[in-house]
Design a protein around this ligand. Structure first.
Ligand code: MTE
Length: 334
């Protein structure tokens, strides 16, 4: 994103096919188990042998009951799902470094249990909520969504999550609550990117939504993917997923949700307002100042190179969300 010089941008986004092929061979062989333990996660496996740290293991055990009762949710796409190894190893999570492979290398030390979400601002039930209490009363759903990054790559990810609207109702926002502001954990001793001078980010990472966007049935608080707890590099233990918006809106490892009256400051639009707007709706008709948004690279590529497809308005969710923006000039409110 911002911190890359334009000339660095495209090469860094194109993962050579040989890397994917080598990775598949590696994971198919016995050494995949070693790799999985470094990621702190592996579907079909739970227990200390595969936990990056004890907290991941405890969290997996706490979540086992809820994960065994996941129901298929509405709105899932039947497009081919991105293979797990790509979802695990090609990430944006600047708290762990700016390279795509940094999060999978560095996120294993992040302790994700206990985890508290602070809820404050314009609501009748503010407080410090233990994440397990929020999850245990909620029906988890699988939502297979497209994820479109502003950098013009995309994936299809089978998330497990809770409709955000059902969490919001618990907190009882009042009539002054026009927006939600979210914050990621700030813990430099476990998140090396927060110590680095290179990101330019004023930590913690912040994001926000209008309240009607947050309440929309497509918006989820994800706690898992591929049927298991969220891997650390994908935003454990809880992240936002807003599938019609560029991926940077889907903030990871959330520790604070505030109900506010005014549009909140957000990380990328504070850093580069000309490039990253508050709305950040996927829109093939509004280019990023430095590259086109008309097409995207669906990961992983094939034998013949990157798989390029047309980007759809609102990432293909226009039927569900276009009415949220009726009357708005989407070139101005990008
Ligand atoms: N959340 C935090 N806290 N830090 C980040 O750097 N990157 C965003 C988003 N959420 C980011 C974040 C961006 S740019 C994208 S594209 C998605 O996470 C990537 O999610 P994934 O790595 O799980 O695919």
């Amino acid at each position: 994103m911002l911190i890359k010089k334009p000339e660095d941008f495209y090469p860094s986004e194109i993962t050579p096919e040989s890397v994917y092929l080598d990775r598949r061979k590696f994971i198919a062989s016995g050494s995949g188990v070693v790799a999985a333990s470094a990621f702190g996660w592996m579907p079909g496996f739970s227990g200390s042998a595969f936990a990056a740290n004890a907290s991941v293991n405890i969290w997996q055990q706490k979540m086992a009951g809820s994960l065994s009762k996941v129901k298929p949710g509405d709105f899932s796409t039947n497009e081919d799902k991105t293979p797990l190894e790509d979802i695990l190893q090609y990430n944006n999570f600047y708290e762990f470094g700016t390279g795509k492979s940094d999060p999978s290398k560095n996120a294993g030390k992040l302790e994700i249990h206990p985890w508290t979400v602070k809820v404050d601002g314009e609501c009748d039930k503010p407080g410090n909520y233990a994440l397990e209490d929020l999850v245990k009363d909620s029906q988890l759903e699988e939502r297979i969504y497209r994820l479109r990054c502003v950098e013009a790559w995309s994936m299809v990810i089978p998330w497990v999550g809770i409709p955000l609207a059902s969490l919001i109702k618990k907190f009882q926002p009042n009539s002054n609550a026009k927006y939600l502001a979210f914050e990621t954990l700030y813990r430099p001793e476990q998140m090396p990117g927060q110590k680095s001078p290179f990101s330019g980010i004023d930590w913690p990472y912040r994001e926000g939504l209008r309240i009607d966007e947050a309440m929309h049935p497509l918006t989820i608080a994800a706690v898992g993917l591929y049927g298991q707890t969220l891997p650390n590099q994908n935003g454990a233990p809880i992240r936002l997923v807003v599938p019609w918006k560029y991926g940077f809106k889907s903030i990871k490892s959330i520790v604070r949700i505030s109900f506010v009256e005014k549009m909140p400051h957000t990380t990328w639009s504070d850093l580069a307002p000309q490039e990253y707007g508050f709305y950040a709706n996927v829109n093939p008709n509004v280019d990023h100042p430095r590259w086109s948004q008309k097409r995207e690279r669906r990961l992983p590529g094939g034998f013949l190179g990157p798989k390029r497809i047309d980007t759809q308005m609102f990432n293909g969710y226009a039927d569900q969300v276009a009415s949220l923006y009726s009357g708005m000039d989407l070139k101005k409110y990008y």
